[in-house]
Design a protein around this ligand. Structure first.
Ligand SMILES: Cc1cc2nc3c(=O)[nH]c(=O)nc-3n(C[C@H](O)[C@H](O)[C@H](O)COP(=O)(O)OP(=O)(O)OC[C@H]3O[C@@H](n4cnc5c(N)ncnc54)[C@H](O)[C@@H]3O)c2cc1C
Length: 581
């Protein structure tokens, strides 16, 4: 993967280009045509700052979207997964279709291609015999793979097509230019809280979302070319075109996640996204109690579920912010209304970290290894543990239920993600990048910065406290009745509630009565921290450093089941790589 190769000075490059956006207008004064190049992260009309800029140019405008084979193709990553599952691809196709409809309402056709943007632009920028300069506008992204795509596009434009590229930052709630001096990307600390305090104390403004005036009539692309290329204006790939087998995709498998929604599942598109925003905040008043419900795992309302639409850009974070503020003015202002904005701050934090850390968020040692001279970690976890984690057959019901939910729906709650990531990296000690890559393929809300940032954090690579979750305690705290695990693991349906999170504790008799023979109907649990205390080959010192306790056979935890102590790796936790798998 291009993204995963180290590129020097990425921060300098991205920062320079964020700064360049501010002065971009003058440089393109001579442009006679504009291509608005959509990405799979900005698929909306509302608050789309690229569209705003394109309309301001007041020249013939052509919106284009490419199903770039580097993202949508079948080539596996170095970890053996496709970049996007069929569900993720379907979600994007739906989002592009909705974008096309919404642009059409403004008189703009959307040209869709299966080529890379560099290739597609060669066709698009040669509309007639005239040699007008073309300006291409696209969203600026935080990570190197996308920056590299932009470099290629720029090269083709400048060397072959008499064109230029302008990139515009619109990914975050806060614009980088508005951050206070102590909270800039260059000065971003590894820890979230100090940065949050700086931006909150400085009352950092969030820009008002832009909306397109209904009276704007965009100038259209040369007629001759539009006619010649009419196929691209009707074309939308099928899943088959993207190399997916779509059988079994529509079989109501999302039940339990979004089944109470009109669509019965996550459906891509700005229109569904804006409806979700309206319903969750205003119709169902879920925002007013979000802080109490956000740790749930079952159903559609416990959290906003905005993330899939945010990831593909169908929702703007500034629009969500504006709606929260309006809700506070018109209905109620409380801890919950603050907390949703707080979570969007986490999102911003990881976007800015991705810019600051560059490719270090993809490397085995993460941001911590970059700065910590004493860094040493080892990931000796087995391939079979990884496979069982992926399939939801670890024998740990909370982990398995969450992984099965991910596989079936493309979504997992934040509570679930924290637990399965902790389990894979800190209990099984599998190289965290395998987990991140698997999430990348399946999560409908996959967002490079949020995913890799959160995985680095889960693997203890952001410095500070490491949240090593006690799976059994978490199960009892967040799924006391066992309803969630029973929803996703039918084998455990008849297991008594007190044993459903630790079914291996059932007596022979109980196993018989509940039709669940451990080792046959449901797997034996993978050995974990609980067993390291007596069975595994960890030194005494290692156990102590980990905070493991022989007496109660559980990791030191506070009320949330999180490790109290700062993570101190045991002596066996040394450097290493994926070679063990
Ligand atoms: C290992 C791991 C991987 C993750 N990968 C992703 C990912 O690829 N894409 C993604 O959007 N989120 C990711 N998250 C963060 C979080 O789990 C999801 O954003 C959240 O569960 C989405 O559900 P929601 O929209 O209902 O969230 P809500 O609780 O309603 O939160 C509202 C919004 O805040 C943002 N947010 C909340 N928590 C986080 C967080 N920890 N980091 C970044 N943004 C956050 C999201 O945009 C979310 O939509 C990951 C977390 C972990 C532990």
């Amino acid at each position: 993967m291009i993204r995963r190769t180290l590129e020097a000075n990425i921060l300098t490059k991205i920062m320079a280009s964020i700064a360049a956006t501010k002065t971009g207008a003058g440089a393109n004064a001579l442009a006679k045509r504009c291509v608005l190049l959509f990405r799979h992260t900005d698929l909306r009309v509302h608050d789309n700052l690229c569209l705003k800029r394109a309309l301001e140019l007041n020249v013939p405008l052509l919106p284009v979207f490419c199903f770039d084979p580097r993202y949508f193709g079948a080539k596996p990553t170095r970890y053996g997964n496709r970049r996007m599952s069929a569900k993720r691809s379907r979600f994007t196709i739906e989002s592009v279709e909705d974008l096309r409809n919404n642009l059409r309402k403004q008189g703009l056709p959307l040209y869709v291609s299966l080529e890379t943007p560099e290739k597609a632009l060669e066709a698009v920028c040669n509309p007639t015999s005239d040699d007008s300069k073309t300006i291409v506008i696209t969203s600026k992204e935080p990570c190197s793979e996308e920056v590299r795509v932009d470099s290629r596009v720029r090269r083709v434009l400048e060397t072959k097509l008499n064109g230029s590229l302008e990139t515009i930052w619109q990914r975050t709630m806060y614009h980088p230019d508005d951050l206070p001096a102590k909270g800039t990307i260059e000065r971003l600390p590894l820890k979230f809280t100090p940065w949050r305090q700086v931006v909150e104390n400085a009352k950092t403004p969030v820009r008002v979302p832009w909306s397109m005036s209904p009276n704007v009539a965009a100038l259209t692309w040369p007629e001759e070319w539009l006619n010649r290329s009419s196929k691209g204006f009707a074309f939308l790939p099928t899943l088959g075109d993207l190399g997916h087998d779509d059988s079994g995709l529509d079989e109501g498998e999302d039940g339990g996640v979004m089944s109470d929604l009109e669509e019965g599942r996550f459906k891509g598109g700005e229109s569904v996204a804006l409806k979700r925003l309206k319903d969750w905040i205003w119709k169902d008043d879920c925002l007013a109690k979000y802080k109490e419900t956000r740790n749930g795992m079952l159903g559609s309302s416990y959290s906003s579920k905005f993330s899939p639409w945010l990831a593909v850009g169908c929702l703007s974070p500034r629009t969500i912010y504006a709606e929260c503020k309006r809700y506070e003015r018109e209905r109620v202002k409380n801890k919950s209304t603050y907390w949703l904005v707080f979570e969007l701050l986490w999102r911003d934090f990881f976007q800015f970290q991705a810019v600051k850390q560059g490719n270090h968020i993809f490397l085995v040692e993460g941001p911590l290894g970059r700065t910590d001279r004493n860094y040493s970690r080892e990931w000796p976890g087995s391939k079979s543990a990884l496979e069982r984690w992926k399939n939801g057959t670890t024998g740990w019901p909370l982990v398995d239920a969450n992984m099965r939910e991910l596989n079936a729906t493309g979504f997992m709650s934040n509570r679930g993600r924290q637990n399965v990531a902790s389990f894979l990296t800190l209990e099984q000690r599998v190289d965290w990048r395998h987990g991140a890559d698997y999430f990348e393929m399946h999560l409908l809300d996959h967002d490079v910065a949020s995913n890799y940032g959160n995985w680095c954090a889960a693997a203890g690579l952001f410095g500070g406290r490491v949240n090593r979750f006690n799976i059994l305690k978490q199960s009892n705290d967040y799924d006391k009745s066992g309803e969630y695990v029973k929803r996703w693991i039918p084998e455990l349906r008849d297991v008594p509630t007190q044993k459903v999170h630790a079914p291996w504790k059932m007596s022979k008799d109980e196993m018989k009565r509940s039709n669940c023979q451990i080792g046959q109907d449901y797997p034996e649990p993978l050995p974990s921290i609980c067993e390291w205390n007596n069975k595994q080959s960890m030194s005494k010192k290692g156990q102590k450093d980990y905070g493991g306790s022989k007496k109660n056979n559980r990791y030191n935890s506070n009320k949330n089941g999180r490790g109290k102590k700062k993570f101190r790796p045991p002596s066996s936790f040394k450097g290493g790589n994926i070679g063990h798998l």
